[in-house]
Ligand binder design. Structure first.
Ligand SMILES: *Cc1c(COP(=O)(O)O)cnc(C)c1O
Length: 426
């Protein structure tokens, strides 16, 4: 077995780092520095030639450290490790998930191009596309998990805009409803509308499944985007993002990042390296806990519906089939409808004792929120209801606490909720 064949979870402790270059420190220190000293002017010249693409690197030549907007050991070693989970050639790390998404969209789309995206999207992404990119002459179309690939293809052709299609951006499972979209089918669609001059790129925001449970590159995606604030960071103490893909595409993303200046900071890079050492154990425990939480909610009389991929086989065998094909776990995000509406959902949230009432997800501690008035408030009500983001919907990000404690909290908060029908009968 050679070093490259080791599992990602094994490599997270030291891959890409040489202690000899840092006084023998077992862990990569924080390189809190803006600039790097060149040994000679010739060396500085050589580093710049490579960094600015004036010539390609010689086989034995190392990329020199120049300036922390271009490169920094904490950023580079983090990228070396992050790409392993998806089996990607390269990775670019960012100051936030939003800066990763914005940089990808700005690099691959020009005025007049068409962007096709899945709906619902993360609220910030939706805003960026509809309130910013639209104003720069980018055409936008969306589709939902209910549409088949054939229906989406027909919609594109009927619109007459299909020749302008340059990128498909999708999120699956959808937040907060866990609706599943077939990555492979969307990759086929991208290929179908690609021409020799213009390739249509498929980008998947994989934040909801983290780098452990779904690997979109293996199903034909070109780029995978993460809010590293979520599972990758995992401790609710850092904002960061990442994009993984081929050497060629990530090189383009990194060049734009250099000039936008939205790279990850040395300190955040260091925090994420620390987080990656426990990524697998954290996520696996979260998934086990989520399964218990979902099972409890599934049978509770005050819960009318649970959105959790494992239960798709009861309601939607086709979606269940796609889920089994592309995900290795149901994840740790469970959402459910409480009997009643916003009032009952708020009663539940206000009575939680252990679970924190906060947005964000994928962290060690369990979090609960109300999508319709919080994360998804930007979406017009009619669209929201069509996406099943109802006033009675509550979203829980399940943490690594003892699952019995999490369930105890949910049970006692549900007890405090007065269900309208029972109330009226009195
Ligand atoms: C949180 C999130 C983002 C934005 O990431 P930030 O790190 O907050 O900038 C993008 N997409 C999804 C799916 C998210 O959950």
């Amino acid at each position: 077995m050679n070093y490259r064949d080791l599992s990602p979870e094994t490599l997270m402790m030291g891959y890409g780092y040489n202690p000899e270059l840092s006084e023998g420190a077992i862990k990569c220190p924080i390189f809190q520095t803006s600039t790097f000293v060149f040994k000679t002017a010739e060396e500085g010249k050589a580093f710049f030639e490579v960094a600015y693409g004036l010539r390609t690197k010689r086989p034995d030549e190392k990329t020199g450290l120049i300036y922390s907007r271009l490169n920094n050991p904490d950023m580079e070693i983090l990228e070396e490790r992050l790409k392993l989970w998806d089996g990607a050639e390269a990775c670019a790390a960012f100051a936030s998930g939003m800066s990763a998404i914005a940089t990808v969209l700005l690099e691959f789309l020009k005025p007049g191009d068409l962007l096709l995206h899945s709906a619902p999207l993360y609220g910030g992404t939706h805003h960026l596309i509809h309130h910013f990119l639209a104003g720069y002459g980018i055409n936008i179309m969306s589709f939902t998990a209910d549409q088949t690939a054939d229906e989406i293809e027909e919609m594109l052709i009927d619109s007459g805009q299909h020749t302008r299609l340059r990128m498909i951006l999708m999120e699956t499972p959808a937040n907060p409803t866990n609706d599943i979209i077939d990555i492979e089918r969307m990759a086929e669609l991208a290929k179908r509308f690609s021409t020799p001059e213009n390739k249509v790129y498929l980008a998947v925001d994989n934040t909801y499944m983290g780098p452990l449970w779904q690997h979109p590159l293996k199903h034909g995606a070109d780029l995978v985007i993460y809010s590293a604030t979520k599972y990758i960071g995992g401790h609710s103490d850092v904002i960061a993002g990442a994009v993984v893909g081929s050497e060629e595409l990530i090189h383009r993303v990194k060049v734009l990042r250099t000039f936008l200046g939205n790279m990850i900071s040395p300190h955040s890079g260091w925090l994420l390296m620390r987080s990656l050492e426990t990524l697998k154990v954290r996520m696996e425990q979260q998934a086990l806990n989520a399964e218990e939480v979902a099972a409890f909610l599934h049978h509770h009389p005050k819960v009318t519906r649970v959105h959790y991929p494992l239960y798709l086989h009861e309601t939607d065998p086709e979606q269940y089939h796609i889920f089994k094909k592309q995900c290795s776990s149901s994840g740790a995000m469970v959402s459910f409808d409480i009997a009643g509406g916003e009032k009952e959902a708020f009663m539940f949230l206000n009575n939680l004792k252990l679970i924190k009432l906060a947005v964000s997800l994928g962290s060690t501690e369990s979090l609960a929120e109300h999508p319709a008035t919080m994360t998804h408030v930007d979406i017009p009500e009619e669209d929201r209801l069509q996406m099943k983001v109802t006033p009675s919907l509550v979203r829980i990000s399940v943490g690594i606490e003892n699952y019995k404690d999490i369930i105890w909290d949910i049970e006692q908060a549900l007890q405090k909720v007065k269900v309208p029908e029972l109330h009226g009968a009195l």
